[in-house]
Design a protein around this ligand. Sequence first.
Ligand SMILES: [Zn+2]
Length: 187
Amino acid sequence: MKGEIAVIGDYLGTIEEFVPGDGTYADDGKIYASNIGIAILDHKNQTVRIEGKIQTELKVGDIVFGEVLSVKKNIVTVIVRKIMGFEGIMDIKTGIYVSNISESFIESADKMFGIGDIVKGKVIKIEDNLIDLSTKDNELGVVKAFCKRCRYPLFKSEKYRDKMECASCGHREDRKISSDYGNVAKI
Ligand SMILES: [Zn+2]
């Protein structure tokens, strides 16, 4: 079944035939798919793995997840790791200009994002390999943020509206938060 699409739970072979690899699990000597993707049954190396659907290029309108690499006053650099709805992992440099962060006026991009934050953004422009993301919509923005002082994950403050708070050191910070904040299991 080399090259066939496997879904979660599909039987792939036995542990006598293969070493279970990425996207598989073994149960009672049998190997099954734990991901949706292409089943790669490598008889030569006696391995089996599932390769996710891989999309290597971004297109305008894609909703993506990425990691903040650097923050400046006018632009946030984000390394896109994943397109929503696709399994493949990627490594594509993009940017969020200060004017594309929010519907409200943002004076400085570095106040609304921190290095290492996980961002959900939308591809709005691709030109000469420069890719612009927007986080203007309500469901777009930071889905996971880390304290700039101690790197501990931040939570939405209940006391201070629109503020993020560190559970470890109590530091309060601003972010352009996604309405999906904290919901990173789906990524
Ligand atoms: Zn902290």
